[in-house]
Ligand binder design. Structure first.
Ligand SMILES: Cc1cc2nc3c(=O)[nH]c(=O)nc-3n(C[C@H](O)[C@H](O)[C@H](O)COP(=O)(O)OP(=O)(O)OC[C@H]3O[C@@H](n4cnc5c(N)ncnc54)[C@H](O)[C@@H]3O)c2cc1C
Length: 596
């Protein structure tokens, strides 16, 4: 029970650490903190095991070498190349070196990985993986059949329960609390069941709210991936980084968007066009169907645009796995068979799956260093100044290990590696900051006023659902796989015009108990901010790099654009900072032409 309150009689709960988000990232960090006897609260807008990590299918990268010889430095090379050289190489080295330890740790926590005949953790090939710096295909992705994220999330949740982590299930974080000196002191949240506000005061606050893939209409992401963490920091006056880089996964079920994991191609599946041709051989002669995702997505869109698409309107290509045999599909890809039957109405044991690129992963996010600290700094310079008390990890953060294009299997790794790093750093911070800083009296006022405004009738206002669909369609059409200057310019105008309409929306339902219209409206406010960041950042970057492909600037331009974008809400300001090309202990991988 709360024993204090702030203005508006909003109750205050106190913890050492507040973790916002109960996906793999948040749970990994929380587990470590609870085990270190820091009082730790995890806040999640959905029941923790419904977080989107549960949907991760293919697996998690680590150079264990269980199937073929492998080394962490080859993994590092692939990740830097995959990122189109925009990743920070110190963070990439840190991640690839730590990978083995994190996978083994998960195994010991109880994750039921698939096994090789010798009993080792099974590893499958994934796109963009190579041995010996661009040589033959590696097999680096540790898998629990095609339900790896499910296995990891459930294991971490159970271990957290055992460790005594305190869960605020179905609470929506609305605002960060910052004092006059810029320290972050916790957050204001709304209990979804009642509509009541609560202030959660903490010495350290960790944002782990996942991706924003739902800002686009067709997406592999769940409806809950609305980029709330990005909205929280933007409203607190902090920037977001590299938001122009949104990954489109090549193989979403056409028309529906559900993911068909890259693991299918890793097991031997391949793409064909309407002539039955394996077209990837033309785009990536060496890696073929296992080129990196930006390359494969671009190839599919090109095939369709040039009239070699399949289906009644030539609007997709086909993914064949009927040659793999029922036994292998049931053993290694059972969830895929289920999804294809349910959403494409076909059985992939006998028929190919219709696929088309779909929004999938947010490469950009809250700027952090490799310790999970949120960092700021002067424009044009490296950012080394940590925002006191604020941390971010997982898909909402930009470390940056994914740069302009993420390799499949690197995200589960990212959330665990940096979950641990942030856990370490927060423990140090707690040791140095033993007492809570005083809360401002008006800590919850801005959130309270936002709710009050939403609850006030607005006769001319439109429904959140209508505005959300318009926002998603706009971003998909004007800031999707291919971007043209004309479309982006008119897209920015339309986006700005949408702002006042979102401000004036009418939620219709004004009841307090499980008011989903109110939740949807609050999420839409965050999505809008994430959409603005994406659109402004994309419009300004006049080159093509990784997932950002411009018709008017088809080449990568390292001279001008080997730098990270920062977007601030106020004045829609953009700033830039250099890419960290210097790894921790090894030689740098300088940018070169990317061929697969
Ligand atoms: C279909 C699919 C398949 C994938 N497969 C793979 C794979 O095989 N390998 C791989 O490496 N990666 C994969 N990825 C990517 C990877 O799964 C995600 O990037 C990763 O799981 C994100 O974890 P997270 O902890 O950052 O966020 P999430 O797991 O998304 O968790 C976010 C948490 O934040 C909470 N939250 C959000 N907003 C608020 C708010 N305002 N208030 C309170 N709580 C909030 C949510 O309730 C949730 O608990 C896949 C992604 C998708 C979509």
């Amino acid at each position: 029970m709360a024993d204090r309150a702030v203005k508006g009689n909003i109750p205050v709960r106190q913890f050492d650490t507040l973790v916002i988000g109960a996906g793999g990232a948040g749970l990994r960090a929380a587990l470590q903190l609870s085990r270190a006897e820091a009082s730790t609260a995890v806040l999640s807008k959905v029941f923790p095991t419904r977080s989107h990590t549960v949907a991760a299918q293919g697996g998690m990268n680590a150079a264990l070498g269980n199937v073929r010889e492998d080394r962490w430095i080859w993994h590092m090379y692939d990740t830097v190349k995959g990122s189109d050289y925009l990743a920070d190489q110190d963070a990439v080295e840190y991640m690839c070196r730590a990978a083995r330890r994190l996978v083994v740790e998960l195994e010991h926590e109880g994750v039921p990985f698939s096994r090789t005949d010798q009993g080792f953790i099974y590893q499958r090939p994934f796109g963009g993986q190579s041995r010996d710096f661009g040589g033959d295909q590696a097999a680096r992705t540790c898998a629990a059949a095609d339900r790896t994220g499910h296995a990891i999330l459930h294991t971490l949740y159970q271990q957290n329960i055992l460790a005594g982590t305190y869960f605020f299930d179905e609470y929506l974080a609305l605002d960060l609390i910052r004092d006059d000196s810029g320290c972050v002191l916790g957050a204001v949240a709304m209990e979804i069941a009642t509509g009541n506000l609560v202030v959660i005061q903490a010495k350290a606050t960790l944002i782990a709210t996942g991706g924003a893939g739902r800002i686009f209409r067709t997406s592999t992401n769940a409806e809950i991936n609305t980029g709330d963490g990005l909205g929280l920091v933007l409203r607190a006056g902090l920037p977001v980084e590299d938001m122009e880089f949104f990954q489109f996964h090549p193989t979403g079920i056409a028309g529906a968007g559900m993911l068909i994991t890259e693991g299918v191609r890793g097991e031997g599946g391949y793409l064909v066009n309407s002539h039955g041709e394996r077209f990837m051989e033309r785009y990536a002669p060496h890696a073929k169907d296992l080129a990196s995702r930006d390359v494969v997505s671009r190839a599919i869109v090109t095939e369709v645009r040039e009239g070699r698409g399949c289906g009644p309107e030539g609007e997709h290509v086909l993914l064949r796995l009927d040659h793999l045999g029922e036994e292998l599909i049931n053993q290694r890809l059972p969830g895929i068979r289920e999804s294809a039957k349910r959403f494409a109405k076909i059985d992939p044991v006998h028929q190919p799956i219709p696929v088309y690129p779909t929004s999938h992963f947010t490469m950009g996010g809250i700027p952090t260093n490799r310790f999970g600290e949120v960092v700021i700094g002067p424009d044009g310079a490296d950012h080394n100044e940590a925002v006191p008390g604020l941390y971010a990890i997982g898909e909402c953060a930009c470390v940056s290990v994914h740069g302009a294009n993420r390799l499949g299997g690197n995200s589960l790794l990212d959330i665990l590696v940096f979950g641990r790093a942030a856990g370490n750093r927060i423990q140090d911070f707690l040791a140095r900051n033993r007492y809570h800083r005083p809360l401002p009296r008006d800590a919850a006022e801005s959130a309270r006023m936002r709710l009050e405004k939403l609850d006030a009738p607005c006769p001319e206002g439109e429904a959140p659902g209508t505005l959300r669909r318009e926002l998603q369609a706009l971003l998909e059409q004007q800031f999707g796989v291919f971007r043209t200057p004309e479309e982006m310019e008119s897209g920015l105008e339309r986006l700005e015009a949408l702002g006042p309409r979102i401000e004036a929306m009418d939620i219709g339902d004004r009841t307090s108990v499980f008011n989903t219209a109110r939740v949807e409206a609050l999420e839409l406010q965050h999505m809008y901010l994430a959409g603005l960041a994406t659109a402004y950042s994309a419009h300004a970057r006049t080159e093509s790099r990784g997932a950002h492909l411009r018709s008017d600037h088809p080449e990568r331009d390292d001279r001008e654009w080997l730098k990270h974008t920062l977007f601030y809400l106020e004045g829609r300001r953009l700033a830039y900072k250099p890419v960290r090309l210097q790894p921790l202990t090894v030689e740098s991988f300088p940018p070169k032409e990317r061929v697969y």
